[in-house]
Design a protein around this ligand. Structure first.
Ligand SMILES: [Zn+2]
Length: 125
């Protein structure tokens, strides 16, 4: 889905931070995962942004970590049940999305588990 050039371009991190970096506090958001998940992450952050309409809730809301674990991403945040549901849906989507190219993938590997399409199975960058 993403071309090799786009896979090597890490600009998506800054792009998401420009819009949603406030959720990470003064240091912004740090994405401990590969770029194939950028669309799932963008969709999740947009939904969170749209859900947090109360200025007081926006003020205190924080995402402390976004990282890859066992082939899906994990998001650590201090939001309420509505945010939990958005995050759950996004985590489920990451489970079927190649973390390299964003194509349809599946969780694979023993020991080092990742979600990959057939083209990027075993890909190490
Ligand atoms: Zn792929």
């Amino acid at each position: 889905m993403l071309t090799d050039d786009v896979i090597k371009d890490h600009g998506w991190r800054e792009e998401l931070n420009r819009r949603f970096g406030w959720m990470g506090g003064e240091h912004g958001l740090y994405f401990e995962c590969l770029g194939g998940w950028r669309f799932v992450l963008k969709d999740m952050l947009e939904r969170i942004d749209a859900t947090l309409t109360d200025p007081e809730k926006r003020e205190v809301f924080r995402i402390s970590q976004i990282k890859e674990k066992f082939g899906e991403f994990r998001v650590y945040h201090n939001g309420d049940d509505r945010i939990d549901r958005i995050v759950d849906a996004a985590e489920a989507a990451s489970h079927i999305t190649c973390d390299v190219c964003a194509d349809r993938g599946w969780t694979q590997g023993a020991g080092w588990i990742s979600t990959r399409c057939s083209k990027h199975s075993g890909w190490r960058g």
